[in-house]
Ligand binder design. Structure first.
Ligand code: 5GP
Length: 186
């Protein structure tokens, strides 16, 4: 079982890449993060996130039940419960972590064998276009995300691999291929 961290700025298409892998590669499962933000329309508790209160989130940290956690976009808290690793192990599946840069760094520090993959947008302009197209955020939130995106893009070199999301399926297949290669030890 591999631990696969997928990082990259909001709007780069990590969610779509993950969806493609889950639909096409039965050997993978997605880590369901805990978050203190409210669900968006269509998001289901326990499926997209574990939606928790700040108190509950703090309790998970205090009880050492988080692999990593971070305050993302300077606002809400997000973290990977350790129970997700146990679940993937029990299911015998590769665990995909779709997390931010701060979290990715913590995972690398704690689990040096984790496969660290950074997803780049074709360009910054394209990233901005995709963020606006998604239209789930206000202009202020979009600006915050673009500021965070600049910081994240500057750290791409810290990762084991960098991919560019020009084409969703091609990029998702590259992720799968990198995991297979890492498994074979090549
Ligand atoms: P959103 O609110 O759009 O679902 O997610 C915002 C950001 O939070 C995403 O860029 C995502 O990478 C990050 N994120 C989601 N789950 C986690 C997590 O468990 N840990 C960390 N560190 N970041 C996360």
């Amino acid at each position: 079982m591999s631990l696969v961290v997928l990082a990259g700025p909001a709007g780069v298409g990590k969610g779509s890449i993950v969806r493609w892998i889950l639909e096409n590669q039965p050997g993978f499962t997605l880590s369901v993060s805990a978050t203190t933000r409210d669900p968006r329309p269509g998001e289901v508790d326990g499926v997209h996130y574990h939606f928790v209160t700040v108190d509950k989130f703090q309790e998970l940290i205090d009880k050492n039940q988080m692999l990593e956690w971070a305050q993302v976009h300077g606002k809400h808290f997000y973290g990977t419960p350790l129970s997700e690793l146990a679940r993937a192990e029990a299911e015998g599946k590769h665990l995909l972590l779709e997390i931010d840069l701060q979290g990715a760094r913590q995972v690398k520090a704690q689990m040096p064998h984790a496969l660290m993959i950074f997803i780049n947008p074709p360009s910054f302009e394209e990233l901005e276009r995709r963020l606006r197209f998604r239209a789930t955020e206000t202009e202020e939130q979009i600006q915050t995300r673009l500021t965070t995106a600049r910081t994240e893009l500057a750290a791409a070199g810290e990762f084991d691999y960098q991919l560019t999301n020009l084409d969703l399926e091609a990029c998702a297949r590259e992720v799968v291929e990198l995991v297979s290669k890492a498994e074979r030890g090549s």
